[in-house]
Ligand binder design. Sequence first.
Ligand SMILES: Nc1ncnc2c1ncn2[C@@H]1O[C@H](COP(=O)(O)OP(=O)(O)O)[C@@H](O)[C@H]1O
Ligand SMILES: [Mg+2]
Length: 329
Amino acid sequence: MSEDQPPILESNALYHVYSSKAEDGNVVALRGLHVKVNAGEAVAVVGPSGSGKSTLLKCLGGLMKPSAGNVSLTGRNMTRLTGQELVELRQKTVSFIFQEGNLLPHLSAVDNVAQPLRHQHVRPKVAKQKAMELLEELGMGHRAKGLPATLSGGEQQRVAIARALITNPRLILADEPTGALDPITSREVLALFKELHEKKGVAFLIVTHSAEVADFCDRSLELRDGRFVAQHGADFEVDDLAGTRELLVDDIGTVAFPPDILIQMGGSGRYEVEDVGDGRLVLVAAEDAPSLLSKDGLKPAENCPACNHSYADDDTQRCPDCGSSRPMV
Ligand SMILES: Nc1ncnc2c1ncn2[C@@H]1O[C@H](COP(=O)(O)OP(=O)(O)O)[C@@H](O)[C@H]1O
Ligand SMILES: [Mg+2]
């Protein structure tokens, strides 16, 4: 939270390529991403399915080695650490929460929660006691002995959250943590995140399709095809995207326009630089450019590509359910 602390999480020029021998070849999932999350900050990542959100989270959390680029946790470059150092840094700094609880099926709730402390060689009795306290705090004390299969989805997610919290992480990376929950349980989980964020200064990077979760965050980054295309402040209006969106230009000058803005400009094609100055750029479509300007027939998608929300007659540019921007098709 204080200015002199290094960012809790920072990445530079992060690329990831999934190589494949199949005919469709390699998939470039991340295309040179810069991310900075300050200590105590909550940041959402929004974007349609397949845009690279999960890949990004795994690379940032050290669960997967990016093809290129580096990631720093609390100012320490993870790519330069040895295996053991990396494990230790990760264990004491960051916890993951996935869409499904990802609990170990053969362990009871309390043993699942205690597990991260066991990895840190905390005495079993002490670990179990702390796990029990956390489960009680989360209203799950009475189910402590249950195996995951006997718990509801919401209960499993609470156990997963208790497990994430037991190490007192300074950063929580969450991949659609409320995606599999009913609205009431989602709200409870969100209330818990808020408390951790506000009272304990825990930083969050949350992949989400939920407008409520995105609202909880201090800002939202919009991902498309492995690039950040825009950033939204905390209080964006769902109906007025253009007014609240900041476009992102990276170090090498790449700017990717969100699809709806590209359509408003007139589509892909050749543009002339009419004027350029301090923080200002005016582009005008080249007169003879064969571009989408002349191709009509594109219209806003009827369904959200991310969550399948039906827009029906609505002309809003942002999905009211998940916050993704609405593409033209
Ligand atoms: N294990 C994998 N092997 C090959 N391609 C993958 C793998 N995982 C994800 N991808 C591809 O990488 C891209 C980004 O995927 P992902 O990060 O899961 O996106 P999101 O979480 O936004 O839905 C997609 O095109 C996806 O098909
Ligand atoms: Mg995903």
